[in-house]
Design a protein around this ligand. Structure first.
Ligand SMILES: C[S@@+](CC[C@H](N)C(=O)[O-])C[C@H]1O[C@@H](n2cnc3c(N)ncnc32)[C@H](O)[C@@H]1O
Length: 348
């Protein structure tokens, strides 16, 4: 039941403000840093984290409404599935904040599937620059799956649990570390630390791990973002609402607009009898009704009709000969762009 609910909310369990503040106290963020939250929700955590710093904030969020909220709080926000739709420069960010949805990737045979938390970490790790700081928030039960990745790649590792009153919902822990190439001895040290933390949870010996409210010093310097020849941060997902805003300010719009919204001939022509469905289809496909249309239900559509000529080849055999026949055919297509909900409708 809890799992179903989590999937509906798409794993929206924002980091409590109190915990964000504890983490903020452990960081010293360079004014020239770029900080990234690849599952940013409404952007509250990252904006609070960088509140006292002029560092540029970047977020990615899949849920459209949350993404719109995040846009108000963060400098740059993408609407994207952070696992599949992001095109992002490697090693471009000084801090990676990752509090991903807590679930197994996929429904069936979950034991064999990689935990989502680990899939997100592996996918977004390349975005963090060497020397950059990771803040990774996951349920304690997912820690074992993340051990190999964290042990090999994080220097100066800290593992903290949420304060007691916040811990019991999901048993969340915060892992912090600095990205780097580690020596064998450092990896072994990390492994021992991580194994003791996973062991403590299995044994229910929770006091072995400190909580975020027990720490008061600054541990981590978030460096300035490194110089890059070019910087990319974009989504391959098209947001129709944003596309419309951009389109209307584009110089190309002035050229395209008269073609999409021609002066309506239909207004000047009054047929003697009302049109049948066939007539309407012909008008649509011939382009006579191109442009913005509002239906009786007040739904707005931008319509574009077209007719394409094709040829169908066929053969006919008689007793004495074979006839090769080419027949003209006309394919009628009507495309409509709907605003609410945003979608493209194709009728062939
Ligand atoms: C646990 S919340 C974290 C919110 C915020 N980062 C914080 O720390 O408070 C996870 C967020 O990830 C979003 N999410 C889930 N799957 C996603 C995906 N594939 N790509 C991007 N965001 C996703 C959810 O909508 C949710 O807002």
């Amino acid at each position: 039941m809890v799992r179903l609910e989590s999937q509906v909310k798409m794993g929206f369990y924002p980091t409590p403000t109190e915990v964000v503040m504890h983490i903020r106290n452990m960081l010293k963020i360079s004014p020239d840093a770029r900080v990234l939250d690849t599952c940013c929700g409404e952007g509250e955590a990252l904006s609070l984290l960088a509140e006292e710093s002029p560092a540029e904030t970047y977020g990615v969020e899949l849920h459209h409404e949350r993404m719109m909220q995040a846009k108000v709080r963060l400098n740059h926000v993408l609407w994207a599935d952070a696992l599949y739709d992001c095109v992002c420069s490697k090693e471009a960010f000084s801090l990676l904040w990752l509090n991903p949805p807590y679930d197994a990737a996929g429904m069936e045979s979950e034991e064999k599937k990689e935990r989502l938390e680990v899939a997100f970490l592996k996918k977004h790790w390349p975005y963090l620059q060497n020397g950059g700081v990771m803040v990774y928030i996951i349920p304690w039960s997912s820690l074992a799956a993340a051990v190999p990745m964290i042990a090999k790649n994080c220097r100066n590792l800290t593992i903290l649990k949420f304060p007691e009153e916040l811990f019991w919902d999901f048993n969340q822990i915060v892992l912090m570390g600095v990205k780097g190439r580690l020596k064998k001895s450092e990896i072994e040290h990390n492994q021992a630390l991580l194994n003791s933390a996973t062991g403590a949870f299995t044994k229910g010996d929770l006091d072995q791990v400190s909580s975020t409210d027990m720490v008061s010093e600054i541990f981590y310097e978030v460096p300035a973002a490194g110089d890059l020849e070019s910087f990319t941060f974009r989504s391959t997902r098209l947001d129709p609402e944003q596309a419309l805003i951009k389109l209307k300010t584009s110089p190309v719009w002035e050229k395209v607009h008269p073609k999409m919204f021609p002066p309506s001939l239909a207004k000047r022509i009054r047929p003697l009898t009302s049109l049948r469905e066939g007539h309407l289809a012909m008008l649509l496909s011939s382009g006579m009704m191109n442009g913005e249309v509002t239906g009786p239900d007040k739904r707005r559509l931008v319509v574009k009709g077209s007719v394409n000529k094709g040829i169908i080849d066929s053969t006919e055999e008689t007793e004495t000969a074979i006839r090769y026949i080419k027949t003209d055919c006309y394919e009628i297509t009507v495309r409509a762009l709907s605003f609410d909900p945003p979608e493209i409708i194709n009728i062939r």
